[in-house]
Write a protein of this length. Structure first.
Ligand SMILES: C[S@@+](CC[C@H](N)C(=O)[O-])C[C@H]1O[C@@H](n2cnc3c(N)ncnc32)[C@H](O)[C@@H]1O
Length: 304
């Protein structure tokens, strides 16, 4: 039995490697042929993420230093993305209470939605002393691990538990409407059902400063090797997969992402699929990874 599963995986994996080299329309044909909708509505995956972080703690995702290359607007003038910055050190007692928004008026305020254990937050606050980052995640376990990080201190970062699709009022306790300069969505929308993504974008509309506030987005793109490698039985909706551990993975097309940020309120500053070909010399295989990167400016706020 085990042997068959391994063989199947190897066959699928080899097929995926071949398919990943193809043009998007051919990948689309392949994915469409194996697509079968198996879920009717969205449900919470909070428990699954809690189990994920209970097991993995902070050992799964690596610190995302390359965000400094992709989003240079988060760096101060004169700092190069490749510059090295030491981990933050706090002498004496660490501060665990967040400052008020008024106290942060000299800072650039960033909100990382779905911050996990802080792999995007810490590389950014090391590189830019002027950033204050709020982190929100619905996994209590992720926030516990993040707060235990030795670099965590409320003079630079405040992380708290909330579900961004429904806990708007409790979020306002710490982050008032129209107070945030940047909202970062790094591999977070892909962890949500498409039906829930629009609530996350609506929250961004309420929290960002209209006219200057921006969403910075980087996530899985349609046709990524990881999508093609997914077992068809994991596919629960178009481009949406439920992994073995119960968490979700959505693979974005440019047009679908654009539809979440309508031109009535958002100006698209960037929307680009990035492709990277990785060669595994040992196995003599070439793999194509795809990510979608985007930047949206909030031009006006809707009346809710
Ligand atoms: C793939 S992880 C990305 C973590 C982090 N952004 C990074 O770059 O390392 C996705 C995160 O989104 C969180 N998440 C998913 N849906 C959420 C929701 N509705 N509200 C808050 N957090 C959510 C999960 O708990 C998980 O930590």
């Amino acid at each position: 039995m085990q042997h068959n599963t391994t063989n199947n995986y190897a066959t699928r994996s080899n097929k995926a490697l071949a398919l990943a080299q193809l043009e998007s329309n051919e990948i689309a044909k392949y994915l469409e042929s194996s697509f079968q909708r198996t879920t009717e509505g969205a449900f919470s995956t909070k428990q699954e993420w809690n189990s994920f972080y209970s097991t993995k703690q902070n050992r799964f995702f690596k610190n995302r230093y390359n965000l400094r290359y992709f989003f240079p607007e988060l760096l101060p003038a004169g700092i190069q993305p490749q510059d090295w910055h030491p981990p933050l050190e706090w002498k004496g007692e660490r501060c665990m209470e967040p400052p008020s928004i008024e106290e942060l008026c000299q800072h650039t305020i960033v909100l990382e939605i779905g911050c996990g254990v802080g792999n995007s937050i810490f590389p950014l606050i090391r590189a830019n002393p002027n950033l204050f980052i709020f982190g929100i995640d619905f996994s209590e376990e992720a926030i516990r691990v993040l707060r235990n990080n030795i670099e965590y201190d409320c003079r630079r970062v405040y992380a708290f538990v909330a579900d961004v699709t429904k806990d708007e009022e409790s979020i306002y306790q710490y982050i008032p409407p129209h107070s945030v300069d940047y909202i970062t969505l790094f591999w977070t929308l892909s962890a949500q059902f498409p039906q829930d993504m629009k609530y996350t974008v609506e929250l961004a509309q309420k929290l960002l400063k209209p006219g200057t506030g921006k969403v910075l987005f980087r996530d899985y793109a349609f046709g990524d090797l990881a999508q093609i490698r997914q077992h068809p039985k994991n596919c629960i909706d178009r481009n949406l997969y439920r992994r073995g551990d119960g968490t979700l993975a959505y693979y974005f097309t440019e047009s679908f992402l654009q539809s979440l940020f309508p031109s009535s309120h958002w100006q698209t500053l960037q929307l680009q699929t990035h492709t990277k070909t990785v060669t595994n010399r040992k196995e003599d295989k070439t793999m194509t990874r795809r990510w979608l990167q985007a930047k949206f400016l909030l031009v006006s706020t809707p009346n809710y």
